[in-house]
Each structure stands twice: as structure tokens, then as C-alpha cells.
Design a protein around this ligand. Sequence first.
Ligand code: HEM
Ligand code: FES
Length: 365
Amino acid sequence: MSLSYKPVIWNRTKIIYDAVMLAGIFIYILIFLRLGPVISSALRDTDLPIQRMRAFGSLALLMLTIVLAIGPLARIDARFIPLLYNRRHFGVMTAIIAATHAYYVLGWYFSFSPTPQLTALFTSNTSFTSTAGFPFELFGVFALVILAVLAVTSHDFWLSFLTPPVWKAIHMSVYFAYAAVILHVALGALIDRRDLALAFLSLGGLATLCVLHLIAGRRETSADAAASKKAPEAPWVIVGDLSEIAEGRAIIGAAPGGERIAVFRSKGGLSAVSNICSHQNGPIGEGKVVIGFITCPWHGYQYRPEDGCSPPPFRERIRKYRLRLEGSSVLVDPEPLPLGTKLEPLAIPAELLPAVAAPKKEGTV
Ligand code: HEM
Ligand code: FES
């Protein structure tokens, strides 16, 4: 996991994800260029290079909106979780589509300028004091620079090299890129054309994202606030009933401070670990036990149930918690053990072993 890096590690899911994404891109551009001029008079009266530029510009905006919607959607409904797994591929592709848009802009708008194209881009419009004539291209340049930095640093090598907090801080700038794109589109493209589709894509997308983030945020806060029921012998908390845990899967409880704890059941034993993956904070409790290892559903990082450590040569570690059974109630001590502490899975008494919940379907929480 963190020791060796291959430039790209492909698996079947990634290939399907990328194939669907590329097919979607191809279909969008095809429909835009073929049907666009038939439906919209604004597109009919323009040349092909401008149509291409608009096709890629609007697609980049659409993809950026989708990238930002995937996170809250996955929190609101588990069916969106598969979209989350390879979100980085989606982000990198968004940067490539945006760069293609900029490439067409430079090629067409500044091809007849005697000054070099990049110089023309930065000097042809300098009406900084007027709203209508503001050089909206600069917002596009700003957004593209951010998207390029995020695409270049998207690989796990950079995550490890920069450390997760720095990497995360850099990647949060995607919201600045999005704000810049909205300004770019609003100031530039919307001003002189009454293009309803574009207005919907930019302002409708912005409103949808705000609502999704608010709903997801509220759910997270109330889930954190609703700690699992306290057991009579404090500080133990009751995370659920044994019968709720399917073989190889987990139930998730919450400590009074909001820390989530996942209790896995595997081969007649129970193990409690932090619900937060040390790779990118993925929800481990939504994963499963694969050949004896607790496996994170996001990118497949694995941890040993007995000590929360990744198998050698990897070095990731997650917290472990003490567990006990009271009848079929599963109780957890919310005080985490020091990282790396070994604690064998709690054996489920023979009389309780038949209490097995039906295995959950793939992709459900
Ligand atoms: C170097 C960076 C960029 C430059 C120089 C640039 C330049 C331009 C120009 C000149 C237009 C006006 C075209 C017209 O309506 O005739 C435009 C429109 C647009 N740009 Fe950019 N842009 C850049 C980056 C971006 C990025 C990063 C995005 C989105 C992620 C984006 C999305 C759009 C959209 C949606 C439109 C409106 C397209 C339409 O009219 O249908 N641009 N851009
Ligand atoms: S978050 Fe990436 S593997 Fe867990």
C-alpha cells in the first residue's frame, strides 16, 4: 500500500469505470456537435471550432459539478458509493477536458493575432474595472491551473509524499476552481447570449451542489451526535445485536465523542476497529473481511482484525477497541487501545453462533 508504487494499478472495476466515463464523454461531444446546432440558434450561427470549444467547456463544467456531487451523494445514498471509488480518474479526466477547451480557445480566438497566443490571451482584454467587460478568461486560467495541479498530484505517491493533511488541503482547492469556473461562465458566456441550457448547467448545478452538501452535512452531524446507547457499566456503549452482523461484515456504532467504531464478524469471532481508514478516511465498516483481512471498500487497503495493522510490507494502522458480549448485545469500550495493540477476536459462544444475519448484497451499507 504505502511502500511500493506502480504508475497505474488497473483492476476490472477501474477499467469498467473508465470505459463508461469515456463512452459518456464521446456521446456528449457527439450529441453537442450534431444535435446542438439543430436545437440552438446560438450554436447554429457559429463555426465548428467555436462549437467544439463550447462542447468541451460545457462538458468540463458538467464533469466538475458531478465530481463535487459524488461525495455528498454517496453519503446520502449508498448506491452512489461505487462512483466514489475511482473519483480521481473522473477528476483527472475533467482537467483533460478543460485543457482541451482552453486549447480550442487559444487556437481559434487568438490564431489571427500577430502577438503570440498566450500573450494575446493575457493582454487582449484588460477592462478590470467593468463588470461586463471583465477579462473572464482569467478565471478560466485560474481554474485550469488548479485542476492541473490536482490532476498531477492525484496519485497515491503524492498523498504519501505530501502527507494526507497537506494533500487534502491542496485538493480542497477544487472548490476555488469551481467558484472560478462559475464566475468565468457567468461573466463571459452568459452575458451576451441567452443560453438557458448553460444557465441551468452553471447556476442549477451550483444550487444543486449547495443543497446536496447541506443535506449530507446535516446527516453527518446528526449521526455523530447520536452516539450509541450507553451500557449501564459506563464507559461501555452498545453498538448493536450480534444477529445484525453478517459473516465477514460489520455494524457501525458511535462513541460519545462521535468517533465511529466498526465491529466485524468473521469465522466465529468479533473485532472492533476504527471506522476510519488510514488511507483516505474511507468508511471501513462498509467494507468486508477478505481472506482474513478487514478490507476498506474505497481502495482496498487491508488491516489485520487482531491488531488493526496492514500486513507487511505495509505499515498502515487503525485503532482497535475492546469488546464484550452481554447476551447477544455487542458492547464496545470507546477508549481506543494504543495503535498496534494485539487483541485476539472475541470468540462468539457456541450457543450464539447461529445468530447470523443474512449477508448484505454487494454495494449496500
Ligand atoms: C486557460 C483556461 C481557459 C480559457 C482561456 C477559457 C476561455 C474561454 C472563452 C474565451 C470562452 C467564451 C467562448 C464563447 O462563448 O465564445 C469560454 C467559455 C466557457 N468556458 Fe472557458 N476557458 C478556460 C478554462 C475553462 C475551464 C477550466 C472551464 C470549466 C471547468 C471552462 C468552462 C467554460 C464554459 C462552460 C464556457 C461556456 C461555453 C459555452 O458557451 O457553451 N473554461 N472559455
Ligand atoms: S480510503 Fe482508500 S483504502 Fe480506505
